[in-house]
Design a protein around this ligand. Sequence first.
Ligand SMILES: Cc1cc2nc3c(=O)[nH]c(=O)nc-3n(C[C@H](O)[C@H](O)[C@H](O)COP(=O)(O)OP(=O)(O)OC[C@H]3O[C@@H](n4cnc5c(N)ncnc54)[C@H](O)[C@@H]3O)c2cc1C
Length: 169
Amino acid sequence: MTLDDGATVSADLVVAGVGVAPCLELAEAAGLATHEGVVVDARFRTSAPGVFAAGDIARYPDCVSGQPIRVEHWVAAERQGQVAAANMLGLATPFQEPPFFWTAFYGLGLHYVGHAETWDSIEIEGDLESQAAVLLYIKNGAPQAVVTVGPEQATLDAAQAFRERCRGG
Ligand SMILES: Cc1cc2nc3c(=O)[nH]c(=O)nc-3n(C[C@H](O)[C@H](O)[C@H](O)COP(=O)(O)OP(=O)(O)OC[C@H]3O[C@@H](n4cnc5c(N)ncnc54)[C@H](O)[C@@H]3O)c2cc1C
């Protein structure tokens, strides 16, 4: 494989993570505040009264880290849409769910809860080779995200712990 700088790397397998960019033209033309996504508050309200955004496009305050984040995952989009709808109905409901996704590759299930763009270390419990492991993404001494490879109980437990952190418990 040849890199942009001309260097070559020998590999049996190449995994390319190309990512995506949110399409913001419509939001910008409408005058909504944007910053690598449509900026919303914890109720998915945009900068324009009566206009909400949720899902991949929304940059919202993550209740776990307190940081504005944008998440591109199915379950997150569903849960955000439900809370946005509740707020459209005037129910004044803040979003208090940690980001979560699951996916599967060739029969191997991966579950991820939390949000770690950077971390100090990754602690691995269990055994990656036998596809039964828990990975803890640690920052400032606390897990920011938990990944399970195989059995997912640890991500369910972590989701509950993150929820309690969100609710001040
Ligand atoms: C290849 C791929 C694999 C993925 N795998 C996983 C996975 O394994 N696990 C997981 O959790 N997530 C996965 N995702 C992410 C998941 O699909 C998204 O997070 C989720 O679909 C986001 O939902 P959404 O409603 O925010 O946006 P979308 O599903 O993108 O829906 C936005 C809708 O708005 C419509 N739209 C856009 N502009 C306009 C306009 N101007 N007027 C009217 N309609 C418009 C679009 O056509 C689209 O239907 C994957 C995504 C891709 C692309």
